[in-house]
Design a protein around this ligand. Structure first.
Ligand code: OAD
Ligand code: ZN
Length: 243
C-alpha cells in the first residue's frame, strides 16, 4: 500500500534579517567600533546625541555632511546583492532591518527594508517633524521644505537616546519569525542588540554572520565568522538550496 500523503500545509518560513555597519565595510564604509572605526576618532556624544546637537549644531552638520559626501560614491557588495536575491527568491514573509544609514541595500535591489536608524539622504525638521529627501550639505541656514522654518533641520539619523523608527513593525515581524539572521553588527546598541532574544522567544532559528564573534554571540543557535562578501552569499545559497 502506498504511504499516506502528508496533508500538513507547507508554510514557507518567515525570515527577519538585521544588518549593521559590517555588511557595508567591504564597500568602503567605516564601521563604528572596530579599531579604526568612527567612534575611535570622534566622541559619539558630540555627534550622535540630541544633547551634542544642542551644544554644537555646526559640528554635527559638518560630521554628517562629510559622511553624506563619502556615502555618495559607494556601491553595494556581494553581501547586499545576496540579500536582495534571497528576498526575491523567498516565497514566505521577509523583512530586512538595517541599522545602516547608507542606501546600499536599496541599491542592490532590496525592497522590504526598514532603516531603523534613519538615512543619510533624508532630513528631519525638529520643529514640524516632517522628513524629506536630502542631497548635499546641511547647515543652520537650511530651511524646512514643509514649514519653511530655519535652524531646525537636522540629519534624519536616530541618535542615542532617541527611539529608532518603525519598532512596532519590527517587533511584529520578530514575533512570528522562523529564521533570524544578524549580519555585520557588534551587538552593542539596543534595541537592535535585543532582536535575537525576541526572535528566539518566538521560536526562530537564530544565526550570526559576522567578521568575529559579536558581544551577543552566545544568544545565537549558530554563527559563521568571516567577511560578509564571502559568508553571506554562501549562507544564502545554502538556504535557497534548502539548508
Ligand atoms: P559596529 O561598528 O559596532 O560593528 C560592526 C561589526 O561588523 C563588528 O562586529 C565587526 O567585527 C563587523 N565587521 C567588520 N567588517 C566586517 C566584514 N567585512 N564582514 C562582516 N563583518 C564585519 O557597527 P554596528 O553594530 O552597525 O548608531 O553599530 C550599531 C550602531 O551603533 C550604528 O547604527 C550606529 C552606531 O553608533 C547610531 O549612530 C545611532
Ligand atoms: Zn518643518
Amino acid at each position: 500500500m502506498a504511504g499516506r500523503r502528508q496533508d500538513k500545509a507547507i508554510v514557507p518560513p518567515s525570515i527577519v534579517i538585521l544588518t549593521g555597519a559590517g555588511i557595508s565595510a567591504e564597500s568602503g564604509v567605516d564601521t563604528f567600533r572596530d579599531k579604526d572605526g568612527i567612534w575611535s576618532k570622534i566622541d559619539y556624544r558630540d555627534v550622535a546625541t540630541p544633547e551634542g546637537f544642542a551644544r554644537n549644531p555646526a559640528m554635527v552638520h559638518e560630521f554628517y555632511n562629510m559622511r553624506r559626501e563619502r556615502l555618495k560614491d559607494i556601491r553595494p557588495n556581494a553581501a547586499h546583492f545576496a540579500l536582495a536575491k534571497l528576498e526575491q527568491a523567498h516565497p514566505g514573509e521577509f523583512l530586512l532591518v538595517t541599522q545602516n544609514i547608507d542606501s546600499l541595500h536599496e541599491q542592490a535591489g532590496s525592497r522590504k527594508l526598514i532603516h531603523m536608524h534613519g538615512q543619510h539622504d533624508s532630513a528631519l525638521c525638529a520643529l514640524c517633524e516632517m522628513r524629506f529627501p536630502w542631497e548635499g550639505a546641511m547647515s543652520l541656514e537650511t530651511g524646512c521644505k514643509a514649514c519653511g522654518s530655519r535652524g531646525y533641520v537636522r540629519p534624519d539619523v536616530v541618535w542615542f537616546g532617541e527611539m529608532p523608527y518603525r519598532m512596532d513593525e519590527i517587533f511584529r515581524a520578530l514575533g512570528t519569525a522562523d529564521l533570524f539572521i544578524s549580519i555585520g553588527t557588534s551587538g552593542n546598541v539596543y534595541p537592535a542588540a535585543g532582536f535575537v532574544s525576541q526572535a528566539r522567544q518566538a521560536g526562530a532559528r537564530t544565526v550570526e554572520l559576522n567578521l568575529e564573534p559579536s558581544e551577543g554571540v552566545s544568544h545565537f543557535d549558530e554563527a559563521v565568522h568571516g567577511k560578509a562578501t564571502e559568508i553571506v552569499p554562501a549562507f544564502v545559497e545554502k538556504l535557497l538550496a534548502g539548508g
